[in-house]
Design a protein around this ligand. Structure first.
Ligand SMILES: [Zn+2]
Length: 247
């Protein structure tokens, strides 16, 4: 990650923040998880990716954005059979996120954008957005699971039949955004317990990960590469930036 100018709240003093408020419009709030990522990913993969992406986006938007500290815990009940995973209830996660917005709103910010590194946080973030939409009529709130923004790069590089966790797509991003979370020499393919087609678009049946995979991974992390990571991150970054300059 290159060093660029970026407002990062936990690196600032309150007088610095107060004067930055003359230029800052948007709070970028990274949220992750503390959950297993197979034999090759540490518990910090989602948190590290979210924090890394938020920093890159904050630098690109400088001086219009401030990056809030990372929330390293998320909603991960589906990973609890793998030791070490720490989960919050969706309600707890929602309340913590809401109170981050409440606090920053009190200090004058009116645009809030969550950078989400973990799929399990999506339902709670959606509920939070509905709530904030009516709570703060003077504000705009949104979120992205930023991997979804890189459709072209993912179609090119993420080719296993069942992906989405500790797979080549996620671990390629990790190489760029949080390389310390990926034990590349330990990379293995997902040891799957399900077959392609277990998911049908338009039908939602939540599954615990110990039902889906023996080793906690999907896809094939041995295919992760810096080239794929760079293309996924750059496409997502560009898309998020283009949206947020008009947010
Ligand atoms: Zn993950």
């Amino acid at each position: 990650m290159e060093e660029e100018q970026c407002y990062v709240l936990d690196h600032m003093t309150w007088p610095e923040f107060r004067s930055a408020l003359e230029k800052v419009e948007i709070a970028l709030i990274p949220v992750g998880s503390t959950e297993q990522h197979g034999p090759h990913g540490t518990f910090g993969v989602d948190a590290g990716r979210a924090a890394g992406f938020a920093r890159l986006l904050g630098a690109k938007l400088y001086p219009r954005a401030v990056v809030a500290p990372l929330l390293p815990y998320g909603v991960s009940p589906h990973h609890m059979k793998f030791p070490g995973t720490i989960t919050l209830d969706p309600e707890t996660f929602l309340h913590v996120c809401e109170q981050i917005v409440d606090s920053l709103h009190q200090h004058g910010l009116r645009k809030f954008f969550f950078i989400n590194g973990h799929g399990g946080n999506r339902p709670a973030l959606s509920m939070l957005m509905q709530r904030l939409m009516v709570k703060y009529e003077d504000s705009r709130c949104g979120w992205t699971s930023f991997t979804s923004l890189a459709r072209t790069a993912r179609a090119k590089h993420v080719l296993s039949p069942i992906t989405g966790h500790a797979c080549e797509g996620e671990m390629s991003q990790a190489l760029i955004l949080a390389p310390w979370t990926f034990r590349k020499e330990a990379a293995v393919a997902g040891d799957l317990l399900v077959e392609r087609g277990f998911k049908v678009e338009g039908i939602e049946v939540p599954q615990r990960f110990d039902i889906l995979t023996r080793n906690g991974a999907l896809g094939d992390a041995t295919k992760a590469s810096e080239t794929a990571g760079e293309e996924i991150v750059q496409e997502a970054l560009e898309a998020a930036y283009e949206y947020l300059i008009r947010f």
